[in-house]
Design a protein around this ligand. Structure first.
Ligand code: FAD
Ligand code: 2HG
Ligand code: ZN
Length: 472
C-alpha cells in the first residue's frame, strides 16, 4: 500500500521527506514551550511542488503546518502532539527571482532568510528595512505570515506595508499568482492582505514582491538614559518634532531587562543601566550627510537635557559602536531565555497611555502574583511594548510559569483591554494566545474570521487550531 509519506517522497524526492530523529528541530518551538510530533517534514523546492504536496495531503485528509525559520514566539509553526501532521518546510525555496530597480521592488521566494534579503537589497543599492533580532534565521514567508514588525516600523511600516504582491498555494492545492508590483490596485477584495498575518491558517505563501527603499546617506544611533517612562514618551514626541521622517527607530529598555543582558552577556558592556531606570535607543536616518545627522541629533539632545528629559546620552561614533548598541537591545530576548522560562506579552497601547498602563499592570501583578520580575522593552515608537514577566529569582521557573501563567496573562490582558490596546502587536496568536483571543476580540470580528477560515479552508487542513480553535 502506498503511504502518504511515499506519495510526498515521489513529489519532492526521498531526500526531502524527513522522518525519525531528523524531525527533532522541526518539532520544538524556539522558546522551548511546546514540543509536538510530526508524521514527517516535507521540503518542496518549488511552488508547483508545494501545490502537489497540499493536494496529496488534502486527499489523505492530513493537515499541514507551514514552517519557515521556526523562530516564531507563539508556538504556531510546530506540529501538534498527534504524530499525524505534516510539517511543510519552505526553507528550500530560497531564490531571489528578480529585481526591478526602477519599480523599486524585488520578487523573492518564501524561504529566503531575511538577512540575505537585506544584503541582496544593499548590493543592488537599496534598503530593505524589515529588521529584527531573528533576521539571521527567520524567513520572509514567516515574516509575512506573522506580519512581523521589528525596529524600523516607525518609519517603514511592518511586513504588510513592505509587500506589494504574493504567490500563495491555497488549501485546495491551487496556485494563486498575485505577484503584482503595483502600488495601486483597487480591483476588489485585497487577497494579499488577507494572507499576510494569517499565520499559515489560510494559505501557503510561496513568494512575494516586496518594496525597496532608497539607502539613507547616513545613519546615527543614540543611547539615552532617563528617569521614567513618562520621560521616554516625552522624548519620543520631541524626537518626532526634531527628526521628522528621519526618525527610523525608537526603542525602550527597562533597567531589569538591561541587567539581564549584563548578567548573561557581560562582554557586551551595557552602558548606563546601573544608574538609570530606563534607556532608549534612537536611530536617525539622514538623506544629506553624517554631519547633518550629527547636528540634528545634537539639537535634539540639547533640548532633551534642557527640558530635563534625558539624564545621560551617547551618540555612537562609528558604525561598529552603533552596531554594538543595537546588539545589546537585540540580546534581551536571549538573556531572558538564559534566565529561564518566562511569560511574554507582546502588546500595543496608544503611546500616550503607556506609562499609566505599566504603572497599573505592575501594581496589579505585584498584588496578584508576588515575586514576579518585570522585563519591559520594545518598540515605544510604535506603542508596542514587550511586557514580559520573569519568574521569581529563587525556585523552579518552569513550575512557576506552569502554575501562574494564565493568571499573569489574564491580569495583563485585562489591563491592556481597559487601555484600548491589543494583546498581540507583532508576534501573532499561534497556539499560545488562542484561548485568550476570544476575551479580547469582538464576537463579530471572531465570526468574520471563522467565516473566512471556513470559506478558504473548509477541511481545516492548514495549521488547524492556530489563531482560532478548531471547529467540530
Ligand atoms: P516560523 O516561526 O517558521 O512561522 C511563524 C508562523 O508563520 C507559523 O504560524 C507558520 O505556520 C507560519 N508560516 C511560516 N512560513 C509560512 C509560509 N511560507 N506560508 C504560510 N505560513 C507560514 N517578531 C517581530 O514581529 N518583531 C521582532 O522584533 C521580533 N524579534 C524576534 C527576535 C527573536 C530573537 C526571535 C526568536 C523572534 C523574534 N520575532 C519577532 C518573532 C517573529 O515572528 C519571527 O522571528 C519571524 O517573523 C518568524 O519567521 P519564521 O520564518 O521563523 O516563521
Ligand atoms: C523584539 O522586539 C522581539 O526583540 C522579541 O519582538 C520580544 O522577546 C520578546 O518578547
Ligand atoms: Zn518586538
Amino acid at each position: 500500500m502506498t503511504t502518504l509519506t511515499d506519495t510526498l517522497a515521489a513529489i519532492v524526492g526521498p531526500a526531502h521527506v524527513l522522518t525519525g530523529a531528523d524531525l527533532d528541530s522541526y518539532e520544538q518551538d524556539w522558546r522551548g514551550r511546546v514540543r509536538g510530533r510530526a508524521l514527517c517534514v516535507v521540503r518542496p523546492a518549488s511552488a508547483d511542488e508545494v501545490a502537489r504536496v497540499v493536494r496529496a495531503c488534502a486527499a489523505a485528509g492530513t493537515s499541514l503546518v507551514p514552517q519557515g525559520g521556526n523562530t516564531g514566539l507563539v508556538a504556531g509553526s510546530t506540529p501538534d502532539d498527534t504524530g499525524t501532521q505534516v510539517v511543510l518546510s519552505l526553507r528550500r525555496m530560497n531564490a531571489v527571482r528578480s529585481i526591478d530597480p526602477q519599480n523599486m521592488t524585488f520578487t523573492v521566494e518564501a524561504g529566503c532568510i531575511l538577512q540575505t534579503l537585506q544584503q541582496v537589497a544593499d548590493e543592488a543599492g537599496f534598503l530593505f528595512p524589515l529588521s529584527l533580532g531573528a533576521e539571521g534565521s527567520c524567513t520572509i514567508g514567516g515574516n509575512l505570515a506573522t506580519n512581523a514588525g521589528g525596529t524600523q516600523v516607525l518609519r517603514y511600516g511592518n511586513a504588510r506595508e513592505l509587500c506589494l504582491g504574493l504567490e500563495v498555494v491555497t488549501a485546495q492545492g491551487e496556485l494563486w499568482d498575485g505577484l503584482s508590483g503595483l502600488r495601486k490596485d483597487n480591483t476588489g477584495y485585497d487577497l494579499r492582505d488577507l494572507f499576510i498575518g494569517s499565520e499559515g491558517t489560510l494559505g501557503i505563501i510561496t513568494a512575494a514582491t516586496l518594496k525597496l527603499h532608497p539607502r539613507p546617506a547616513a545613519q546615527l544611533t543614540a543611547w539615552v538614559a532617563l528617569a521614567s517612562l513618562e520621560d521616554a514618551t516625552a522624548l519620543l514626541g520631541l524626537a518626532h518634532q526634531h527628526l521628522a521622517a528621519g526618525l527610523t527607530g525608537f526603542e525602550v529598555m527597562n533597567q531589569f531587562a538591561l541587567g539581564l543582558v549584563d548578567r548573561h552577556y557581560p562582554q557586551l558592556r551595557v552602558p548606563m543601566w546601573r544608574e538609570h531606570a530606563w534607556c532608549v535607543l534612537i536611530e536617525l536616518s539622514d538623506n544629506e550627510s553624517e554631519d547633518h545627522a550629527r547636528a540634528q541629533f545634537e539639537r535634539l539632545l540639547e533640548t532633551a537635557f534642557e527640558q530635563g528629559l534625558a539624564a545621560d546620552a551617547i551618540v555612537a561614533e562609528s558604525l561598529k559602536q552603533a552596531h554594538d548598541l543595537w546588539h545589546i537591545r537585540e540580546s534581551i530576548t536571549l538573556a531572558q531565555a538564559e534566565e529561564g522560562v518566562n511569560v511574554k506579552h507582546d502588546i500595543s497601547i496608544p503611546v500616550s497611555r503607556i506609562p499609566d498602563f505599566v504603572r497599573e499592570a505592575d501594581a496589579a501583578l505585584a498584588a496578584g502574583v508576588p515575586g514576579v520580575r518585570f522585563v519591559n522593552f520594545g518598540h515605544l515608537g510604535d506603542g508596542n511594548l514587550h511586557y514580559n514577566i520573569q519568574a521569581p529569582a529563587d525556585g523552579d521557573a518552569r513550575a512557576f510559569v506552569a502554575a501562574h501563567e494564565s493568571t499573569i496573562s489574564t491580569i495583563v490582558y485585562d489591563t491592556v483591554s481597559r487601555f484600548g490596546g491589543s494583546i498581540s502587536a507583532e508576534h501573532g496568536v499561534g497556539e499560545l494566545k488562542r484561548e485568550k483571543l476570544p476575551h479580547h476580540k469582538s464576537p463579530v470580528a471572531l465570526q468574520l474570521m471563522q467565516a473566512i477560515k471556513q470559506a478558504l479552508d473548509p477541511q481545516q487542513l492548514l495549521n488547524p487550531g492556530r489563531v482560532l480553535a478548531r471547529t467540530p
